[in-house]
Design a protein around this ligand. Structure first.
Ligand code: MN3
Length: 390
């Protein structure tokens, strides 16, 4: 029985992970979770999973009442609480499904504890890939199993092959909600349009990131650090059907692809079961119903967010941290109807241009760069609203 921690348990990946764990309750037991402010869903989860005995939550107004109500559960507060939750090391695998930069320190804690990290928080590798890889060298029993569907696919395509023989990684992109819109048409799209993703059911922020292709940009950087492959050997293709989740080409020009339904439960189940194969049968592909699998090149003018991400990745050092923080703030501003969709990428570009590089940033420096970038973009957005530019 694997003891599982689910960080970000009430989010999209978190709830799907709990569903996978429930379906496989003879193999897994969830003992610790972290949640944000969704107390209603937390109560449902505690009801469904009596095995949970430790909970970290962000909502400081509810913690006393919850502790009274559940005397057998230990509750911890805030982002420090997540680290406390992981402190006693009493678990086998931690699924980190926290969204954004906030997931970085918990990832580090899991690796320092020599545990398996099922990583759905791509920001961990984007912002601190170099530092994470160094930590993995120092903690030989720690492992990272990617949960992002593309990286889970590449991880599987790399199995039993030499990494030296890789010619290129080909990352699939659905193209997001606006893949068929021209630059002109993008000028006035609404939040509702942006949230209407053609293939995947995901959280709001990542659905917007998918439409700007900044999500794909983060995934390129994530792949670079996860697999140690140069940016020149990482390619993105638009694959509308979201069936081929990514591919690896080898030195003999042979390509290996991973195919499955666009269902995040598949990579979650893979990561939980690794190195075994999960039992997850209700999602088989019916090949007779797949009419077409199409692949198209990416137009980098149309998807400037992806071009910026490649640039930030190649520049390295503190740039990916700035890319991510500016993206998080600009995306929130769009969701709060403060800026237009097309402005998201503009704010990211402004933040990258204004940034003065910090070489080989320490963890403390990354935290400071993240906060400074958030403040810079927030101030810039507020100033431009006052000036009437939006
Ligand atoms: Mn993905």
């Amino acid at each position: 029985m694997k003891k599982i921690v689910v960080l970000g348990a009430t989010g999209s990946i978190g709830t799907q992970a709990l569903a996978v764990i429930k379906e496989n309750s003879t193999d897994y037991e969830v003992t610790k979770i972290s949640v944000g402010y969704n107390i209603k869903l937390l109560l449902d989860i505690l009801n469904d999973f009596p095995s949970i005995n430790e909970v970290a939550l962000l909502d400081d107004k509810r913690i006393a009442e919850l502790q009274d109500h559940y005397p057998d559960i230990n509750f911890y507060l805030g982002s420090k609480g997540i680290i406390q939750l992981l402190d006693n090391g009493n678990y086998d695998l931690c699924l980190n499904a926290i969204v954004g930069f906030a997931g970085l320190l918990p990832s580090i804690k899991v690796i320092q504890s020599n545990k398996t990290l099922a990583l759905a928080n791509k920001e961990t590798m984007v912002v601190a890939g170099k530092q994470i890889n160094r930590l993995l060298e120092q903690h030989s029993q720690a492992k990272v199993i990617p949960v992002d569907s593309e990286h889970c696919a590449i991880f599987q395509c790399l199995a039993s092959n030499e990494i030296e023989s890789v010619k290129r990684l080909v990352i699939s992109a659905s193209g997001g909600s606006f893949r068929d819109k021209s630059l002109e048409e993008l000028a006035n799209v609404s939040i509702e349009d942006a949230l209407n993703h053609p293939n995947w059911q995901m959280g709001a922020a990542i659905t917007i990131d998918s439409a700007t292709m900044l999500n794909k940009g983060l995934e390129v950087i994530e792949a670079h650090w996860l697999f140690g492959i140069d940016y020149d050997q990482i390619e993105v293709v638009i694959h509308r059907e979201s069936i081929v989740h990514s591919m690896v080409e080898y030195s003999d020009s042979s390509m290996i692809a991973q195919l499955s339904q666009p269902d995040m439960k598949q990579p979650i189940a893979y990561a939980l079961a690794y190195p075994k194969r999960a039992k997850f049968s209700d999602s088989s592909l019916d090949l007779t119903k797949i009419v077409n699998l199409t692949f198209e090149p990416v137009d980098f003018k149309r998807f400037k967010g992806l071009a910026l991400a490649y640039q930030a990745g190649r520049q390295g050092h503190s740039y990916p941290c700035v890319l991510n923080a500016s993206k998080e703030i600009a995306t929130q501003a769009f969701l709060a109807e403060k800026i237009k969709f097309i402005d998201i990428v503009e704010y990211v570009e402004k933040a990258l241009k204004a940034h003065r590089v910090i070489e080989n940033p320490s963890l403390e420096q990354l935290v400071a760069i993240d906060s400074a970038t958030r403040k810079y973009v927030t101030d810039l957005i507020n100033k431009e609203i006052v000036d009437g530019n939006n």
